[in-house]
Design a protein around this ligand. Sequence first.
Ligand SMILES: [Zn+2]
Length: 98
Amino acid sequence: MKAWVTMSTRDRARLGVKGRGTTVRLAGEPIRLRFVPPASVEDQPWICCMAWPPLLLPDNIRAPCATCGRMIQYRPDAPRRPLKVCARCIVDLTAEKA
Ligand SMILES: [Zn+2]
């Protein structure tokens, strides 16, 4: 497996994961999640966002995926710089980079 995605250590507890990484399935593909400090997430090219609808938290921000335009959502405190993309696109993006 070559594809990997970084995720903030702040979100690690929400997933109930310990350690520096884990493997999840996104759009049917195994993706290695690596956990990095929140400040490092700001330097990543993309962040993977959940699809909308449904709105998962009432103050989530809705926006189109930066790559395909499908509607996604993210937290108001999400890193500003990385492109917000959907799970399907993150699979393609990380595959190209691998
Ligand atoms: Zn997309």
